[in-house]
Design a protein around this ligand. Structure first.
Ligand code: UDP
Length: 367
């Protein structure tokens, strides 16, 4: 008998496992994949930690969360500054004075602000009601057309006018020369990879991999007082109210016989003609742009293609528009009636959580 059965060995599950272990509980963690760490899983290829399920850059303003993760890893001083490639024209991200200078030739913050205001006025937007209007009112039509529209439509498979505004508010807009993508006090990547960090969180816990809870839930439930379920909430209920929509991602990962492919960890392809959304060059997450990284003769890159999720695919991003939010509300009602089962994490709560938010939520859950 276990006090807690945790379904899913990703970040949410691992933090709950650690808390429960520290409180002296008997814990079992199961996952249907054959590895721990969920979508933050990293794996070493050619001496480079490869982010197998896409780029993960840890960033937070939450001191409690930052202090907590220090127990399990040393973080390097990586700062995310992606480059946008629009038909071969390169721009700095997030939207800042370097971007505005390249786009319009403006030199001062006043000139940049005036340009944005002029374009916002011309578009006639007062109260932004969707991502398109929100983007234009934040940065104007030129930046929307070149750096946001194509990328977002590829990423979400929907027109910007049908997406919630909050998605674009994740990105800072700055009238300073600052390419740091995140407005976060703390940022970095665990040295040795996320898998090692999660492994440390799970130390002492019984972990079984390649096991599907949903295929045999009665017998699993019989072995535990309480279940923490971190999989997709609609799948738990056999999709009985209908499918929640997710975006999935397909990666084409290649090892190249050159030390430096693109000179940066992330390059976003923001035009709609390029089929991939971004290319990640994994070594730059680890080493910084210094001699050490260039000393490795090879490099590993991943092209990222965004796709609509269908049953059998790995879900990555919940599509938090009105329709799905309403359907999620109905699943949440069902979930609240499941005594002994707590739903958590990006899939269990159907929320576009960042890693730090997942950890905060797991630290605050009552278990
Ligand atoms: N986005 C964009 N152009 C970019 C990068 C991001 O338009 O070059 C928009 C896009 O709508 C995306 C959102 O900003 O979905 C959030 O981007 P973020 O980098 O936070 O996404 P994640 O890293 O979680 O995939």
């Amino acid at each position: 008998m276990y006090d807690i059965l945790i379904v899913g060995a990703g970040l949410y599950g691992a933090v709950i496992a650690r808390r429960a272990m520290d409180a002296g509980k008997k814990v079992m963690v199961i996952d249907r994949r054959n590895h721990i760490a969920g979508n933050v899983y990293t794996e070493k290829i050619e001496g480079i930690q490869v982010h197998r399920y896409g780029a993960h850059i840890f960033h937070t303003n939450n001191k409690e969360v930052w202090n907590y993760v220090q127990r399990f890893a040393t973080f390097n001083r990586f700062t995310n500054s992606p480059v946008a490639n629009f038909h071969g024209e390169l721009y700095s991200l997030p939207f800042n004075m370097y971007t505005f200078n390249k786009m319009w030739g403006v030199v001062t913050p006043e000139e940049a602000a005036a340009k944005i205001e002029e374009q916002r006025k011309a578009a006639g937007i007062t109260e932004p009601r969707n991502l398109e209007e929100q983007a234009i009112s934040l940065v104007g039509t030129d930046i929307y057309e070149k750096l946001i529209k194509g990328y977002t439509q590829k990423q979400w498979g929907r027109p910007c006018s049908e997406l919630p505004a909050f998605i674009i508010r994740r990105l800072p807009v700055r009238l300073t020369f600052d390419n740091n993508y995140f407005n976060a006090l703390y940022q970095g990547i665990p040295v040795g990879g996320y898998t090692a960090m999660v492994k440390k969180m799970l130390e002492g816990t019984e972990v079984r991999l390649g096991v599907d809870y949903l295929e045999d839930r009665e017998s699993w439930n019989a072995q535990a007082e309480k279940v923490i379920y971190t999989g997709a909430i609609d799948e738990y209920f056999g999709y009985r109210l209908g499918y929640l929509e997710y975006r999935s991602v397909r990666f084409e990962t290649q090892t190249l016989d050159k030390p430096n492919f693109q000179g940066n960890a992330a390059v976003n392809y923001t035009d709609s003609d390029t089929p991939w959304t971004r290319i990640i060059e994994h070594k730059w997450f680890e080493f910084g742009k210094d001699a050490q990284g260039n000393d490795l003769p090879k490099t590993v890159i991943s092209r990222e293609y965004s796709t609509e999720w269908k049953p059998g695919d790995e879900p990555y991003y919940p599509v938090n528009d009105d329709k799905n939010t309403a359907l999620y509300g109905r699943y949440k009602d069902l979930a609240s009636r499941e005594e002994r089962v707590l739903f958590g994490g990006r899939l269990g709560e159907y929320r576009y959580y960042d890693m730090d938010q997942v950890i905060a939520s797991a630290l605050n859950a009552s278990i």
